[in-house]
Design a protein around this ligand. Structure first.
Ligand SMILES: *[C@@H]1O[C@H](CO)[C@@H](O)[C@H](O)[C@H]1NC(C)=O
Length: 327
């Protein structure tokens, strides 16, 4: 189980324990006021012991701090695909690096948390580091800061092909598909590709890679849309210049940090289920989702028998911190 979720559960348990012992302490102290002397002494001793327990529990509760981490930070396999073409000026290249480093703050980097890989491309693809190269955020940051500008062509299609065929393989550190760790590629580009991207990007998305396409400057919006996943409003972003790229930080903060259900107006009639950068609506038992994917109608084929109680809700925490909601 993910450490964060474990801490959370422990935290809740400890809080409940602390509350129970606190109320016990209080009632005992109140009792002592009305009792005879020897009994009062014994109760007082018991109360003191109780208070000590309370403190021990509170101290224990102080160690795991789930709230200190502002991100819910689900584990991801995250690959940056960075355009390093000649048209990018040196100070713009530095801005791209700063953007990547800024995004890293929202990721919980680690072998069991989010794994980060990066490749840059010009006329060729240059892998900088794989998903299993670094195990800490500091090392990833160092590697990003020491990247060198290729200043050659713009083979975006080739880069996406490498991402799909190599970067997201288990040899390169991607976790097995059946673990359902979201595979995310973020393509940052400033120009028109010298090769075709439509087909290969579609293949990559088909293979389960969620692609964010970030265009800077005079990038053709249709090219970006051909790269990015649906819905495009979530995955495709175009900014005027490299100074503007930092305005995307807040956009990605909510995508990477938050539960989508909490940060968007989801309009789910019954239940909203978050996934990284996305969400879907669900209906309670006996109802089915309408074609608008938001509202629910009672399911006539499966009516409630009068004897059944309220729909039961079971939330299972899987080993990688996904919430499975079953009804
Ligand atoms: C970048 O674009 C913004 C918005 O269009 C503009 O205000 C700003 O002057 C531009 N900066 C540079 C360095 O071109």
């Amino acid at each position: 189980m993910q450490a964060g979720s474990l801490h959370c559960i422990v935290g809740v348990f400890v809080s409940v324990l602390a509350l129970v012992s606190l109320s016990l302490c209080l009632s005992l102290s109140l009792l002592t006021l009305q009792l005879s002397h020897p009994v009062r002494m014994r109760s007082l001793a018991l109360g003191l012991f109780c208070l000590l327990c309370c403190n021990a529990v509170r101290l224990d509760g102080r160690r795991p701090r789930p709230i200190a981490d502002p991100c819910k930070a689900m584990p991801l396999d995250f690959v940056f695909v960075i355009d390093s073409s000649r048209s990018i000026r040196p100070n713009d290249y530095e801005k791209v690096k700063a953007f990547i480093v800024n995004l890293l703050q929202f990721l919980k980097v680690g072998p069991d948390a989010t794994r980060v890989g990066l490749l840059q491309y010009g006329s060729v693809v240059q892998p900088e580091f794989s998903l299993n190269t670094y195990t800490t955020k500091d090392r990833v940051e160092q590697a990003v800061r020491s990247m060198e500008h290729l200043a050659t062509g713009t083979m975006t299609g080739l880069a996406i092909q490498y991402t799909m065929e190599t970067a997201f393989t288990e040899e390169e550190g991607a976790r097995p598909a059946d673990l359902l760790i979201p595979r995310i590629a973020m393509v940052v580009t400033d120009g028109r590709p010298q090769d075709t991207v439509e087909e290969i990007a579609a293949q990559a998305r088909q293979a389960g890679i969620q692609i964010f396409a970030i265009g800077v400057g005079r990038v053709d919006m249709n090219t970006l849309k051909a790269i990015g996943s649906e819905p495009h409003s979530e995955h495709v972003h175009l900014v005027a210049n490299f100074s503007q790229i930092e305005t995307l930080i807040s956009v990605f903060q909510s995508k990477l940090c938050g539960e989508m259900c909490e940060v968007v107006d989801h309009q789910c009639q019954h239940i909203c289920v978050s996934s990284p950068a996305s969400y879907r609506c669900k209906c309670r038992k006996g109802y089915q989702l309408n074609v608008d994917l938001k509202t629910c109608d009672s399911n006539d084929a499966l009516p409630y028998s009068s004897g059944t109680s309220l729909p039961s809700l079971l939330v299972t925490l899987t080993s990688y911190g996904h919430y499975l909601v079953t009804f």
